[in-house]
Design a protein around this ligand. Structure first.
Ligand SMILES: Cc1cc2nc3c(=O)[nH]c(=O)nc-3n(C[C@H](O)[C@H](O)[C@H](O)COP(=O)(O)O)c2cc1C
Length: 192
């Protein structure tokens, strides 16, 4: 897929087919992630690829977080119920990918590490789009990071950056509207 087309085709997908993604396809996507720029070329990214019970535990943990912020059962809107269902199951995705970096006490280095992994994660999402796969960048599950760290047995020296389900989309979401460049760009030193 042409790059601009892939950028525009990517969506946050929250419903997946159960079909497993072949391991070589996942490896190809992860390899594309490693072509991202990184601060000092430290390539400070690591990935956990989950399927099976650990992925399901991660989803249930996210489900509890989402449920916590919602009205009790019976008082939820259909949209809220739908979102809760997505969270509890990751929309039925067969795979989840967790991106990690080295934890760092110095704010400047921590920022550099996080930004490097965010760049790699963007590559990952676009490569997945190119393979006909769906993803959804998630930081919501980090709202109970302690539980997540326990589930995934993540040591103190590592920081979780983001998580995405990975699988073949079972929905084709509309594009979320974008802000116009007029709202967000300040041109300096250019003629009008
Ligand atoms: C840093 C970040 C965190 C996000 N966390 C979540 C999340 O926890 N759960 C979720 O369902 N979507 C999450 N999203 C997806 C956004 O809701 C989505 O990107 C946005 O609504 C735009 O839609 P699009 O990705 O289809 O263009 C996150 C996206 C980003 C970039």
């Amino acid at each position: 897929m042409e790059l601009y087309a892939a950028i525009k085709a990517r969506r946050s997908v929250r419903q997946y087919k159960p079909d497993m993604v072949p391991r070589e396809v996942i490896s190809r996507i992860l390899e594309m992630a490693t072509w991202a720029p990184s601060g000092l070329n430290w390539q400070q990214w690591e990935f956990m690829v989950l399927s099976g019970p650990k992925k399901d535990e991660l989803a249930r943990s996210y489900g509890r977080i989402v449920e916590f912020s919602m009205p009790p059962e019976g008082k939820r809107t259909p949209q809220q119920e739908g979102f809760l269902q997505w969270a509890r199951t990751l929309g039925g995705a067969p795979v989840a990918i967790v991106a990690l970096t080295q934890a760092h006490g110095q704010p400047g280095i921590r920022k550099m590490n996080l930004e490097s992994v965010a760049a790699a994660f963007t590559h990952l999402l676009l490569a997945a789009t190119n393979e006909g796969l769906g993803t959804c960048w998630m930081t919501g599950p980090l709202n109970n990071e302690a539980e997540l760290r326990k589930i995934l047995d993540i040591p103190a020296g590592k920081e979780i950056v983001a998580i995405t389900p990975l699988g073949y989309p079972a929905e084709s979401p509309e594009a979320a509207p974008r802000k116009s460049l007029d709202e967000i760009v300040t041109w300096i030193g250019f003629d009008d």
